[in-house]
Design a protein around this ligand. Structure first.
Ligand SMILES: [Zn+2]
Length: 274
């Protein structure tokens, strides 16, 4: 599932390619449902200009004029791709946006195999609601170790589960949380109640480091090739995973343990993480 670095990569590129373009036409698959009746969805969007594309947690948001927002959540198998207008309809294509600016055309396709993704049109109130659903952004300076500690401890669970809870801290998913815990020498099953301020600071520093590195490497593409950027290119961060997907600990050379925590595959070194 795309996490903050993958979503940021897509967002940055879409902002570069689509800012200032006008949505000329939107084509929805006949049976695909957004958050509103299809006719109203198209009517509201067609003819409006894209002011910017930005990210809220793992949502990619196209800010349109007139305080309207198109929010896309990729979930498990969603993809946003800039393709040729003439490209045939892909079997997982759910929506296609045709945008123009100064005689140039861009065609954005939303594919989603398993359809856990979301395509929504929001007004300003709904947009604010979306923002309020999420905890602080880890890369924003405003998030202090103290706030992170308080947020994580507000949920009585293990640290790995808490990090994945988007209400406590936004943007982290299974891979980056797994690596950040390893880098911080924190066992993923540590109860949040036992986390110290010092550990929270180390964790925040490492989460920031690994997320920034992930953005620099344009995200991580796993064997399923599900994540690609808007031009269909794979990311690079999979070549720099610290412990995710590994069988031997890179620090102590002992065997890495693999365990499902809340259904999510978690890798950790019982020697190095306590
Ligand atoms: Zn180790």
């Amino acid at each position: 599932m795309p996490e903050l670095p993958e979503v940021q990569t897509i967002t940055t590129d879409l902002n570069k390619y689509l800012k200032g373009f006008t949505v000329e036409k939107v084509i929805l698959s006949p049976w695909y449902r957004t958050n509103m009746e299809s006719g109203l969805f198209l009517q509201a969007i067609e003819g409006t200009r894209v002011e910017n594309v930005h990210r809220i947690a793992k949502n990619i948001v196209m800010g349109l004029e007139n305080e309207l927002y198109v929010a896309v959540h990729l979930a498990m198998t969603g993809q946003l791709l800039l393709i040729k207008e003439s490209a045939p309809i892909h079997k997982w294509e759910r929506a296609r946006f045709i945008l123009t600016k100064d005689g140039k055309t861009q065609t954005l396709r939303f594919n989603d195999m398993r359809m856990f993704g979301k395509l929504q049109l929001l007004n300003l109130a709904q947009y604010k609601e979306l923002k309020n659903k999420y905890g602080p952004e880890p890369l924003e300076e405003a998030l202090t170790p103290q706030t992170l500690l308080e947020n994580l401890q507000s949920k009585k669970t293990n640290i790995k589960n808490a990090l994945l809870d988007q209400k406590l801290v936004a943007g982290l998913g299974n891979i980056y949380a797994t690596d950040a815990l390893f880098m911080s020498k924190i066992h993923p099953e540590t109860k949040t109640q036992h986390l110290t301020l010092e550990k929270a600071k180390t964790l925040l520093d490492n989460a920031r480091l690994i997320l920034k590195e992930g953005i620099q490497n344009r995200g991580s593409t796993l064997a399923d090739k599900m994540y690609v950027d808007v031009l269909g290119r794979e990311g690079n961060q999979q070549n720099f995973f610290r412990i995710y997907g590994k069988s031997t600990c890179p620090t102590c050379k002992n065997k890495v343990e693999f365990k499902k925590l809340n259904g999510r595959g978690t890798y950790f070194c019982p020697q190095c993480q306590s």
